[in-house]
Design a protein around this ligand. Structure first.
Ligand code: NAI
Length: 249
């Protein structure tokens, strides 16, 4: 794990129940941050938080659907009351509803945009005032290589992730003067529940196109998050970092 000292910093990670979000929450906690873990599945979220605490980290669970504006407002009030301030925000919660574009239903489109893009906006808006007040902040949005180059069967998902990139670039321009950096990470293929549903043959084919010879892990993405979250990364903002093992598309 990349060594970063986040002692005294408070972090919020959305979609921290499992996969990349859990990896990120663990890495932030291991770096000294106190972590508010947001997720929708209460039971799994509590298990994940217990896991972080068992590893010596400081973390607390908050159940919230990031696509629900009222729920986000409510949970942000609770987190700020519990933590006092928020310094690092990782917008990681995301879903897929893959289908060829001509067969995407309104629900499949709206669900993906609402969680991946609107959720990123709602949670960022909810915590930005705390960062502005303390004149320090790190916002890290998890986009995807699908948002950069597109991917057959993911018109809704790639549109949402491209939206996250535009959002990141604009918000970085609005918040730079408050010492708040805003960056995005575009993971390539990472081994999580999201990708385990894919056919093994497809996973093999993708792996054959990754020069480092393996698919990614949540820890690979967490390292990139730590890099952006570091107090030493204060001159890096509005950037989109691809973390994909060099995937050849
Ligand atoms: P995952 O499916 O394992 O985990 C997603 C997390 O988001 C879960 O904790 C889930 O409870 C949470 N979540 C989903 N909807 C939510 C909602 N409405 N409100 C709050 N939490 C919600 O997925 P994975 O792979 O860990 O993905 C994490 C992020 O990384 C996502 O944004 C995904 O799009 C992105 N990503 C993943 C890649 C991969 O290969 N696994 C590649 C590129 C990007």
């Amino acid at each position: 794990m990349i060594k970063v000292d986040l002692t005294g910093k408070n972090a919020v990670v959305t979609g921290a129940t499992r996969g990349i979000g859990l990896g990120v929450a663990k890495a932030l906690a291991a770096s000294g941050a106190k972590v508010a873990c947001i997720g929708t599945n209460e039971e799994k979220l509590n298990e994940s938080v217990a896991d972080i605490v068992a590893e010596g980290g400081d973390a607390k669970a908050y159940v919230c659907n990031v696509a629900d504006s009222a729920a986000v407002t409510e949970v942000s009030k609770t987190i700020l009351a519990d933590f006092g301030k928020v310094d690092v925000l990782v917008n990681n919660a995301g879903i897929t509803r893959d289908m060829l574009m001509r067969r995407i239903t309104d629900d499949m489109w709206n669900d993906v945009i609402n969680v991946n893009l609107t959720g990123t906006f709602l949670v960022t808006r909810a915590f930005v005032e705390s960062m502005r007040k303390s004149k320090w902040g790190r916002i890290i949005n998890i986009s995807s290589i699908s948002g950069l180059i597109g991917n057959k069967g993911q018109a809704n998902y790639s549109a949402s992730k491209a939206g996250v990139i535009g959002f990141t670039r604009t918000v970085s321009k609005e918040l730079g003067n408050r010492n708040i950096t805003v960056n995005a990470i575009c993971p390539g293929f990472v081994d999580t529940d999201m990708t385990r549903v894919l056919q093994p043959i497809y996973i093999q084919e993708i792996t054959s196109r990754i020069p480092v010879g393996r698919i990614g892990t949540p820890e690979d993405i967490a390292n990139a998050v730590l890099f952006f979250a570091s107090p030493d990364s204060s001159f890096i903002t509005g950037q989109i970092l691809t973390v994909d093992g060099g995937l050849i598309m």
